[in-house]
Each structure stands twice: as structure tokens, then as C-alpha cells.
Ligand binder design. Structure first.
Ligand SMILES: Cc1cc2nc3c(=O)[nH]c(=O)nc-3n(C[C@H](O)[C@H](O)[C@H](O)COP(=O)(O)OP(=O)(O)OC[C@H]3O[C@@H](n4cnc5c(N)ncnc54)[C@H](O)[C@@H]3O)c2cc1C
Length: 550
């Protein structure tokens, strides 16, 4: 972009130093104000503001780290360098105006702002970074490469990316539109092929028949599958990931032996059932109950109550079901336990399963505008019997369900960072292709400066979402118990997917609204991403802000 690499690197450093100082101070003040996070509810709007700012700054740092890493390996990429600069500057420009508008809420004064984000050197760096010609040049590069991502990555993950990209193009993409428009169930043949390639066992250790490939390979696999079809392929991996992590954390040795191999081989398909019709975010208040019982001489539990939004519950062979095992509601989360509920598989939008001893499980899928292919069910359990050995952790797992579920959700959120990045990537590619091909006013719409500017910003945000998600994956390889980075990756990448798909739709004009153009599917699919696995405000307040302020 005309500016030498050193000055570009200096500019990123200047901006990120100011952002870093701001976030650290903002968190310290918010922590004091909320009594270490315990009184967040009295300051929700501000807690959300700080949580989001911290997330964006984390994404900016990870993108810069990636740019530097490429540089230190001798493969400096001027596109990535520019994206790192632009993204840091966008975050800083937004933070400056937020700080200015909410200085008192931040507990900071004008002098602090003047020393950091509003310091003359920082303001000059932001202005130079956000020059329109820098963004339009980034957009022109996307047009020239049709948006394709071939960014450098570890060798094994790179090989996985190539292989999955090929598989997704030949096996998933051709059926994605049909599956969506007819709201059909994912074909068995596809599930089998994915199973044979080991896609359901990536989180399962090798000793239990899994790939043991680590989280980065799982993420690039998810990205490529989700780019072809979010609901028809990328999201199939989420449920086994969640149950696998819960079992690894709290299952007995016998339970791991019994369940992990068939999960890894794809012989057992999983649904995850936490949400209830009247209880979503307030998980500790769920009412569906499991009471100790004996049936046909077997010890176990009978389940009674309703569940909502259980994705894939029809086809699944087992449901990871969170229930209340202690009737004392005052115990909240401590009264919950996690069960593996075995069930028959059903292909349609409604099912009924009767047990010989009198138990009944019914399910009915709720129609949705997107995220079709797995179907999300409202369930009703009526004296449905589950054997005692299916309580995760058995006797020792009583009351631990919430914690096991949250461990599973952290893995699910990491995976959703990959899902969202993949979907946004698909939108970028379709839009770059369309902008090259569509002509108005005598030229390709990609030749207009505003189109280039938009494509440049879209690609930049996707790059930031991707590097934040990869960083979360690597961090989770080091420490399975982390929750903050996966939550940040899920939060940010989901927002990027919603925004990028909608920008892409606009750039398609009227055809972006036609079902025949995949961008219309990407838009409706993306909007679910900020909703599940902790709806956005809850993720911001109860996971990110709470962790940061503690
Ligand atoms: C397509 C789809 C698939 C899904 N799949 C699954 C699945 O497989 N398994 C499963 O268990 N669930 C699933 N879900 C459910 C999903 O996880 C929940 O919808 C989500 O957790 C939010 O719960 P809720 O819908 O009850 O919203 P609510 O909890 O009612 O929240 C609604 C809004 O209220 C506000 N709010 C609530 N509490 C607070 C608070 N303390 N502070 C501030 N604001 C607050 C927020 O703005 C929030 O967005 C799915 C949902 C969808 C749409």
C-alpha cells in the first residue's frame, strides 16, 4: 500500500499498544465497579461494551500475530499485513468514539483518552490505516483471487484443509441447496462418508478410536464443511464434539470405553438437549426431571418434562440430556445431571418412541427459515426410562451435569467459531465471483470503488475471525478447561458471519434474495449463529465479562 513494511508494522504496534492499555484499564475499572464481576447485572450495558471491546482487541492482536508469524518465517504477506493494520485501526476508531461517549461509565477521564487512543500519534496511525485506497486495494485483491482463502497454516492442518475442501466441493456443495429448500434430512450416504473420513472423531483420543488430531484440524475441517453447507455438514460435527468433551471430563472409564468409539466412528449420532420451552439462558433453572426408578429389575431414572430446540433429535441415536436430578430447585445448577438417552432413529419432522415398560418420547420439529437439514425438535418426555449406567459419571456424576455441559459447550463454541468463519468465507467467495461477473452502468460492479471497499472490509473481518478462532483452538489444545477464548471466537466470528453474509447479499442486489443464489441461504443460516450455545448477550455478560472481571 505504498507504505514500507516497517512503518506499517510500527503503525499496528502504535494502535495496538493504545488499545491494549485501554482494554486493561477498562477491565480493571469494570472489575472494581462490578465487585469482581459479581454485580454485572447492575451494569449490564457497560459490561457488554467492555466484553465486546476486549473481544475485538483480542481478534486484532491475533491477526497481527499471524502477520508477524508469516513475516518471521520469510513469507510476509502484504495483504495480511494490511488487514492487520486496517482491523486494528477499525477497532481503535470505534473504541475511541465509545470511550468518548461513555467516559464516565468506563471510569476514565479525558486525560486517559488523550494519552492513549486520542494521542496524536495514534490518531494519525488510525487515519493513515483507514485510507479508502488501502481498503479498495484489499477488495481488488479479493476480486482477483475470487475471495479464495489459501492462507498459510500448519502443515497437517493445511493438508486437512485441502482434503476437506475437495470433499466438500464434490459431496456436500451439490446437495446443499436442495437440502435447504426442501428442508430434508441430511442423507445417510453423506453421514457415512463423513464418518469414514473420521470427521466425527476428531476430538476423540486415539485410544478410543478417534483421530486425536487436535483442535486446529477440527476447526479447518469445520470451516470447509460449513462453507459448503452450514446445516448439512459443518454443524454435524458440533454434537459429537460436545458429548465427547463432556464424557472426557466426567465419564467413568467404562462409559468412555462404551461411547467414545461409536461416536468417533459415526455409528452413534448425537443430539444435545439442554434448552426447554420456558428456560433457555437460565440453564440452572431447567425443570425437566429425572427421578430414580426401577424398571424390569434395572436401576435407573424416569425422565419427565419438555425440551426445546434439540437439533438432530430425530435422527440421533442418543441425546445428551441435561435434567434436574435433585428436586430442590434452590440447588440450581448443583441439582442437574447429564444423561445419555438412547433412542431409535427417525427420519421425519415428527416422531414418537414408546418403551415396553410404558415410557414415551415424542418430538416435533419447529420450522425455521434457515439451518435446515438436521431439524430442531421440541421434545416431550413422559416416564421415559434411562438406565443408571447412562448417567454421565454414574453416581459420582449426580449434580455435576451443568459443569460437564459447560465443558462441552466450550468445545461447541470453539467449533462454532469455525462454522461461522467458513460460512462467512463462502459468502465472500460467492460475492467476489458475482462482483466480477455482474455488469451495471457498462462495467463489472467489482470495478466500483464502493464494492471494492466493502469486499476489503469483509475479507479483513473474516481474517480476524479466523485467527481468533485458530488461536482459541491452539489454546484449547494446551488446556481443555479454557472458556474465554472459545467464547470470544464464537461471539466475534458469528457476528462477522451475520454481517458479511448480509453485505454479500446486498452486493448481489435482487438476486441475493433469490433462493437459487446460495448467498440467500448463507444469510438465513448465519442468523442462527449468535443465538445458540449461549445467545449473544448471555455469552457477553455471563461468560466473557464475568471471566474478565473476576
Ligand atoms: C435453530 C436452533 C437450534 C438450536 N439447537 C439447540 C440444541 O441442539 N440444543 C439445545 O439445548 N438448544 C438449542 N437451541 C436453543 C438455544 O441454545 C437457545 O435458544 C439459546 O440458548 C437462548 O435461549 P432462549 O431461546 O430461551 O432465549 P432467552 O433465554 O429467553 O433469551 C432471550 C433474550 O433475553 C435476553 N436475556 C435473557 N436473560 C438475560 C439476562 N440475564 N441478562 C440480559 N438479557 C437477558 C437476551 O437479550 C436474550 O437474547 C437452538 C436454537 C435454535 C434457534
Amino acid at each position: 500500500m505504498g507504505s514500507p513494511v516497517t512503518s506499517r508494522a510500527d503503525a499496528v504496534a502504535t494502535i495496538l499498544d493504545a488499545l491494549d492499555a485501554t482494554v486493561r484499564e477498562a477491565i480493571a475499572k469494570a472489575s472494581a465497579k462490578t465487585n469482581g464481576g459479581r454485580d454485572i447485572d447492575a451494569h449490564q450495558p457497560h459490561a457488554e461494551r467492555v466484553a465486546y471491546l476486549a473481544t475485538e482487541v483480542e481478534a486484532a492482536k491475533r491477526l497481527r500475530a499471524y502477520a508477524d508469524e508469516l513475516g518471521s518465517e520469510g513469507g510476509r504477506d502484504p495483504q495480511i499485513d494490511d488487514m492487520a493494520l486496517v482491523f486494528a485501526a477499525e477497532v481503535a476508531a470505534k473504541a475511541t468514539s465509545q470511550l468518548d461517549a461513555h467516559l464516565e461509565d468506563f471510569g476514565l477521564d479525558a486525560a486517559f483518552l488523550d494519552r492513549t487512543l486520542a494521542a496524536p500519534a495514534v490518531r494519525a496511525a488510525i487515519r493513515a490505516a483507514l485510507r479508502d485506497d488501502r481498503l479498495t486495494a484489499l477488495g481488488r485483491h479479493q476480486l482477483a483471487t475470487r475471495g479464495v482463502n489459501n492462507g498459510r497454516i500448519d502443515e497437517i492442518a493445511g493438508m486437512a484443509r485441502d482434503a476437506v475442501r475437495q470433499f466438500a466441493a464434490t459431496e456436500v456443495a451439490p446437495m446443499a441447496e436442495h437440502l435447504h429448500r426442501h428442508d430434508e434430512l441430511i442423507p445417510e450416504a453423506l453421514i457415512r462418508k463423513m464418518a469414514e473420513l473420521g470427521y466425527f472423531g476428531m476430538a476423540v483420543p486415539e485410544e478410543y478410536g478417534g483421530g486425536g488430531m487436535g483442535n486446529l484440524v477440527m476447526i479447518v475441517t469445520t470451516e470447509e464443511l460449513s462453507a459448503a453447507s452450514l446445516a448439512g455438514a459443518g454443524s454435524l460435527i458440533t454434537r459429537p464434539e460436545i458429548l465427547t468433551k463432556a464424557l472426557l471430563k466426567g465419564g467413568t472409564p467404562a462409559q468412555k470405553e462404551k461411547w467414545l468409539p461409536p461416536i468417533a466412528s459415526g455409528d452413534v449420532m448425537v443430539g444435545v438437549s439442554v434448552t426447554e420451552p420456558d428456560t433457555g439462558s437460565d440453564v440452572a433453572s431447567i425443570a425437566c426431571r429425572a427421578d430414580a426408578a426401577e424398571r424390569d429389575g434395572r436401576r435407573g431414572y424416569v425422565i419427565n418434562g419438555a425440551k426445546a430446540w434439540c437439533t438432530f433429535a430425530g435422527r440421533a441415536n442418543v441425546l445428551a440430556l441435561l435434567t434436574r436430578t435433585d428436586p430442590n430447585v434452590k440447588l440450581g445448577a448443583k441439582g442437574l445431571s447429564l444423561f445419555i438417552v438412547e433412542k431409535e432413529t427417525f427420519p421425519g419432522h415428527a416422531f414418537e418412541m414408546r418403551q415396553p415398560g410404558g415410557g414415551l418420547l415424542t418430538g416435533k420439529a419447529d420450522a425455521t427459515p434457515g439451518y435446515r437439514g438436521m431439524h430442531s425438535f421440541t421434545l416431550m418426555f413422559d416416564n421415559f426410562f434411562v438406565a443408571a449406567e447412562n448417567l454421565v459419571g454414574e453416581e459420582g456424576g449426580l449434580g455435576k451435569g451443568f459443569y460437564l455441559q459447560m465443558a462441552g459447550f466450550a468445545a461447541g463454541r470453539l467449533q462454532t467459531g469455525g462454522r461461522a468463519t467458513g460460512l462467512a468465507q463462502a459468502a465472500l467467495q460467492r460475492t467476489a465471483e458475482y462482483a466480477n461477473d455482474r455488469k451495471q452502468f457498462g462495467k463489472a460492479i467489482g470495478e466500483f470503488g464502493l464494492t471494492q471497499h466493502k469486499l476489503g472490509r469483509m475479507a479483513t473481518h473474516i481474517a480476524a475471525a479466523r485467527q481468533l478462532t485458530y488461536a482459541a483452538a491452539r489454546a484449547m489444545d494446551e488446556d481443555e478447561s479454557i472458556a474465554l477464548l472459545p467464547a470470544m471466537a464464537k461471539l466475534f466470528a458469528s457476528d462477522v458471519a451475520v454481517w458479511v453474509t448480509q453485505e454479500g447479499q446486498l452486493l448481489h442486489g435482487g438476486w441475493g434474495y433469490a433462493e437459487e443464489f446460495p448467498i440467500s441461504r448463507y444469510v438465513v443460516d448465519a442468523t442462527v449463529l449468535p443465538i445458540f450455545e449461549g445467545v449473544k448477550p448471555i455469552l457477553e455478560l455471563k461468560v466473557i465479562a464475568r471471566t474478565l472481571f473476576a
